[in-house]
Design a protein around this ligand. Structure first.
Ligand SMILES: [Zn+2]
Length: 241
């Protein structure tokens, strides 16, 4: 009778647990999206807090934050330093540069992700798949024409997980508001450049001749009708100032 090693009884089709070391736990690309003022930046900072509390090191990216500085800041008063990027930033080179400088980057927090170039979203996916960096992206769903932002569309196409942010924003009528209306001098407009003023951009200086541009979240019915509510300063109003 021959003595057999225990390994001989393990079916070859089932990889041994030790194989996990050769295949590290996969990273994920997670996209959170919603209308303006749904709490995306607050959630971004919360995710960063939760991750860093586990001893992980993150890199925060944003563009056009409401503070006008390279920070992620939320309407409830939280804020955190961040790296300001633009459509030409190669996010792979940015992360590799951090590594070359001796910094750990275990995860990325990307706020205002609707402004990403679709190619930058693919760069994020590459960081996830090839470098095992977790990516948490936060952005607006649609622009003022009720069309997906290009960065949002690409994230919806390639993200591992897509979550609609559940903080409910209400139209002035009380129904859930999911669409962002652009209001110029008190009138809703449906034409114009996709990006004029970011969700979070600071208001233009007082006394300028620029038309007053603001955004207001509406339910679909009132978006289609272009109805901004009974009073100019009614509930559901989203003034930038
Ligand atoms: Zn409504």
């Amino acid at each position: 009778m021959t003595q057999r090693e225990p390994e001989d009884h393990v079916p070859t089709s089932v990889p041994a647990a030790g194989d996990r070391r050769r295949f590290p736990a996969p990273a994920h690309l997670v996209f959170f999206h919603g209308p303006m003022d749904c709490g995306k930046s607050t959630l971004a900072l919360q995710v960063d807090h939760n991750q860093s509390r586990q001893g992980r090191h993150g890199l925060l990216l944003t563009q056009g934050d409401r503070s006008g500085a390279p920070r992620i800041s939320s309407r409830v008063g939280l804020s955190q330093d961040a790296v300001e990027i633009d459509g030409g930033t190669d996010l792979r080179l940015l992360v590799r540069g951090r590594w070359a400088d001796g910094h750990r980057v275990d995860y990325l927090i990307v706020d205002e992700a609707q402004f990403l170039d679709p190619g930058q979203v693919d760069q994020l996916a590459e960081l996830v798949d090839e470098s095992h960096v977790d990516v948490y992206a936060f952005g607006l769903t649609t622009d003022f024409r009720a069309r997906l932002f290009p960065g949002t569309q690409r994230l919806l196409e390639v993200a591992d997980t897509v979550e609609r942010v559940q903080v409910q924003v209400l139209c002035w009528c009380g129904l859930p508001a999911r669409l962002n209306a652009r209001v110029v001098d008190g009138v809703m407009v449906r034409e114009g450049a996709t990006v004029v003023v970011a969700d979070t951009a600071p208001p233009p200086p007082l006394g300028t001749a620029e038309p007053e541009v603001r955004y207001q979240v509406l339910c679909r019915r009132h978006y289609v009708r272009g109805e901004l509510g009974p009073t100019a300063a009614g509930p559901g109003q989203l003034a930038l100032s």
